[in-house]
Design a protein around this ligand. Structure first.
Ligand SMILES: [Zn+2]
Length: 348
């Protein structure tokens, strides 16, 4: 009996062992599968985050190129813009002075097609153009710095401007670092013009909806008012008024700014300090001098950011050369001729 039972029990034991082994294997396989799935999820999440960052970086790069270059196709943004604009001129929506000088042809029109959108604020601010013959007067150059304040460069830029006794315009973003409030205040106290450039400078959020744009706008205006006591009445759109990254029709933003009494400025001269091509300080100066030579009024786009050391390096000699050329260097004010890639006048 025992002999008979023994092999049976042995077999049972063996079977149990087999079953146990199988169970262990199943558990191991399942654990492995489970862990693999988790690892895969983590991997994919990391990948998604990386790709998102890449998209942001590419968007940023693209917009910087745009911001530092000409609008890709300013007219296409608002079909028939030119027609509307000349109509506006015909209909006398500009001041008498402006009519006089615009009566025949705009002296700059041929040389600076990018300056085609002029005047918008003419309606609100009748004195926007120079007296009577622009060509008799010195060239006007408005140096503008976007994206500041920056910890490294704003103070250096301000020092150079002070040393040269030149006033400029800063289109700032919302910077809540400890060092920033003093810099905003220095800009104002030293007689420069403080303009807005959006709080976050994040295209994906600012241009996500009109509400988002408005929220960002109020946030920056409120912040600057709090810090400096001044609420700016000028703005530069991140990417310019003709940027092509906005999800919303830029005309909606323009309409909103018109309602708020804000004049926005694009540019007609670029230093090239934010292009993908890296220029030396001398090249930045050359870029500016070349374009300034073509315009009676130049709004020069430069950047005040941590990485823009060459802009700082170029600034002093650039000012010297502009002054030697006989240019008047001015901060943007209500008398500044408006340079806009999409004219505010074209918006109802
Ligand atoms: Zn910018």
């Amino acid at each position: 009996m025992e002999d008979k039972r023994s092999p049976g029990m042995k077999e049972q034991r063996l079977r149990r062992q087999r079953i146990n082994r199988m169970k262990k294997m199943i558990v191991a396989v399942m654990s492995f599968g489970f862990l693999s799935a988790i690892a895969l999820c983590i991997g994919l999440t990391v990948q998604v985050v990386r790709l998102n960052q890449r998209i942001d970086a590419l968007t940023e790069e693209r917009i910087l190129v745009q911001e530092s270059g000409q609008p890709e196709n300013p007219v296409s943004v608002l079909a028939g813009g030119d027609t509307i604009q000349s109509k506006a001129l015909d209909e006398g929506s500009v001041s008498e002075k402006q009519k006089d000088s615009a009566a025949g042809e705009d002296p700059e029109a041929e040389n600076a097609p990018q300056e085609d959108a002029k005047s918008p604020a003419a309606k609100q601010e009748p004195s926007r153009m120079d007296n009577p013959s622009e060509e008799d007067t010195a060239k006007k150059v408005y140096l503008t710095f976007d994206d500041g304040p920056s910890q490294v460069n704003t103070a250096a830029i301000l020092d150079i401007l002070k040393e040269k006794n030149v006033k400029a315009t800063f289109f700032v973003i919302g910077n809540d670092n400890d060092y920033a409030p003093d810099l905003y205040r220095r800009i104002v106290e030293e007689g420069h013009t403080l303009g807005m450039h959006s709080y976050t400078h994040k295209y994906s959020s600012i241009y996500d909806s009109l509400e988002a744009f408005q929220e960002d706008f109020y946030r920056l205006r409120g912040y600057l008012g709090e810090v400096t006591g001044v609420e700016p009445d000028i703005m530069r759109f991140p990417g310019g008024s003709s940027n092509s990254v906005s999800n919303i029709d830029m005309r909606e933003c323009i309409r909103f700014l018109n309602e708020e009494g804000i004049t926005y400025y694009d540019w007609n001269v670029i230093s090239g300090d934010a292009t993908s091509q890296v220029y030396t300080a001398d090249e930045l100066i050359d870029n500016v001098m070349k374009d300034v030579a073509k315009n009676q009024t130049s709004i020069v786009l430069m950047h005040d950011a941590e990485t823009k050391a060459t802009t700082v390096e170029a600034l002093g000699p650039m000012i010297d050369q502009l002054q030697e050329m006989g240019c008047e260097l001015l901060p943007i004010d209500e008398n500044t001729k408006v340079i806009q890639h999409i004219s505010a006048d074209q918006i109802d």
